[in-house]
Design a binder for this molecule. Structure first.
Ligand code: VGL
Length: 179
């Protein structure tokens, strides 16, 4: 069985958001198109308290219950079976969807007999990267949907480097039209 993981397609990571990945919202229509091909669709949300050590590194973003933390309106949420909330503590970065605190993501995927995980969303160089690397570590055959991800690129090459890291870790890079 195969699952789609949609990482953090939230307002604060899209155009106009406080930590926007360039063209972040462009992943939404691609994700909407591929989502019906999966047995299970999980969407993560960065879900931070107002005060967290994470905001020593980053401008405050995706604060719980705020507009910035909502899914971008272009994302079809009807496709989503489960929302995984991460970064909910006062010290954790919560980059990986596997750090979700409202659900044990590994157990949930295993209970649903998922063996293949396809990773999409934002940001290529942080949360997509961490989630994909954890997915490999947990033994899932891991795909990264290259046209359905966008990076923050604090340094201009960060997304490129992240893609290389994912590839070296064993992720399979795939275009949405190949799914
Ligand atoms: C993210 C930077 C800071 C992400 C989260 O969702 O990739 N990036 N916090």
């Amino acid at each position: 069985m195969k699952a789609l993981l949609i990482v953090d397609v939230q307002n604060d990571f899209c155009t106009g958001g406080v930590l926007a990945a360039k063209g972040g919202e462009e992943v939404a229509p691609i994700i909407n198109k591929i989502a019906p091909n999966f047995d299970l669709v999980i969407a993560s949300k960065d879900w931070h308290p107002i005060k967290t050590k994470h905001f020593d590194k980053w401008p405050p973003h995706c604060v719980q219950e705020t507009h910035g933390a909502e899914f971008h309106s272009d994302l079809n949420t009807a496709n989503i079976d489960l929302v995984a909330l991460k970064g909910t503590g006062t010290i954790d970065d919560g980059y990986s969807a596997f750090e979700a605190t409202n659900i044990n993501l590994i157990s949930f995927l295993k209970q649903n007999k998922i063996t293949e995980l396809y990773v999409s969303g934002i940001a290529t160089d942080y949360c997509v990267l961490s989630s994909a690397l954890d997915s490999v570590k947990e033994g899932f055959k891991t795909f990264v949907v290259t046209d359905a991800i966008r990076g923050v690129n604090v340094n201009p090459n960060d997304s490129e480097i992240a893609l290389q890291q994912m590839k070296e870790a064993g992720c399979i890079l795939i275009a949405s039209e190949e799914i």
